[in-house]
Design a protein around this ligand. Structure first.
Ligand code: SAH
Ligand code: AVI
Length: 336
């Protein structure tokens, strides 16, 4: 039986049972379709946070980083500014590979330190947000004429190959606390892949958001201007655009709260009324009033939990550098 005759057979069988024929959207990415189908059929509906980041989502995140409530970015930037010139010069870093680079705003602090130390060979920013990444790369080539910029559009949860032609020592940077957006087993897998790509003289530079006063953390995800709410709802627009889904963002509200057992923020989209959403290739997805989709977790750490995470991935915590108020920390990891 050929592929298309199997499909015809299934369709006929479905029609006999009066089931709707669900044809996938013509441009749908099969992987995305599978992940969305699995996530929306779980008892707690869930979608992967990487789907926040189309071009608009990346712009909204950029806006979040400038909000008064979102202390993470400016705190990490201050640590980088005070530390990178020495660290980069001491380690003689020649190449920077960055996971989830976004607009690379803070990466410029590392790149400028590499230039000042006289050895800036290569920058490899990796991100799922293709158009945003390419825009960032174009700007960086203009700003750093002697630097080779090789952007890579990839899901960092997938196999992370060592970029070809990488000079050493290289620094693998994973900033912003994005490691917290992965469940611990996924985070360990991801860090293990970085570890496998590292030479003994290479280093990991990891940004982690720290455990602190809960109200302070919750405010960072419930800003008064509603930018985080728009960022959260943007995922539904991504699904509409990429899968031809029929989400109505007006029927969902933003919710973010701290979950104390696992030390993490959870972001949800809450259905304000009972309704159904059509997703080609998946079918009708029913939402009860008040039912939620978990769209993101953002795990918060301390020195011990960060050390455990690194150790589980075959890395050793070499340096722990929090800001003076212990809001955020930068960590250097080395291969054990
Ligand atoms: N590093 C920047 C941006 C953080 S926002 C900063 O610290 O400000 C998170 C970034 O990671 C976004 O640019 C997003 O597109 C990217 N991202 C999220 N999940 C990803 C994944 N699974 N694979 C690759 N990039 C991812
Ligand atoms: C990218 N990541 C570290 C952000 C965070 O804080 O977990 C994403 C974010 N979600 C809501 N606001 C910001």
């Amino acid at each position: 039986m050929t592929e298309s005759s199997i499909n015809r057979w299934f369709r006929a069988a479905r029609q006999e049972r009066h089931e709707p024929v669900v044809r996938a959207y013509k441009h749908a990415n099969p992987r995305m379709l599978a992940e969305v189908a699995a996530g929306l059929s779980a008892p707690q509906k869930e979608l992967p946070p990487k789907y926040f980041y189309d071009h608009r989502g990346s712009e909204l995140f950029e806006e979040i980083t400038r909000l008064p409530e979102y202390y993470q970015t400016r705190t990490e930037r201050a640590i980088l500014t005070g530390w990178m010139p020495d660290l980069v010069a001491d380690l003689e870093i020649r190449a920077l590979v960055e996971l989830g680079a976004g607009n690379a705003e803070k990466s410029r602090i590392i790149l400028s330190a590499m230039v000042a130390a006289g050895h800036a060979d290569l920058y490899v920013p990796i991100d799922v947000s293709a158009s945003f990444l390419n825009q960032t790369a174009t700007q960086l080539r203009r700003e750093y004429p002697g630097l080779t910029v090789e952007p890579l559009v990839a899901d960092i949860a997938e196999v992370l190959d060592r970029p070809p032609g990488l000079s050493h020592p290289a620094m693998y940077a994973f900033l912003g606390g994005t490691i917290g957006n992965f469940y611990p087993p996924q985070a360990i897998r991801l860090l293990s892949r970085i570890r496998a790509a590292m030479d003994p003289q290479d280093r990991l530079l990891l940004g982690v958001d720290l455990r602190k006063d809960i109200a302070r953390i919750e405010q960072a995800y419930n800003d008064t201007r509603g930018v985080t709410a728009a960022f959260n709802k943007n995922m539904l627009l991504v699904l509409n655009h990429e899968l031809g889904a029929s989400f109505d963002t007006a029927l969902f509200t933003h919710r973010a709260f701290y979950e104390t057992v696992n030390h993490r923020i959870e972001m949800h989209l809450v259905a304000s009324v009972e309704h159904e959403v059509r997703i080609p290739g998946i079918g009708m997805v029913r939402f009860a009033q008040g039912e939620t989709i978990r769209t993101e977790i953002s795990c918060k750490h301390d020195r011990a939990s960060t050390g455990e995470l690194l150790e589980s991935a075959g890395l050793r915590l070499e340096t722990w550098r929090p800001d003076p108020r212990s809001l955020f920390a930068l960590v250097v990891g080395a291969a054990t």
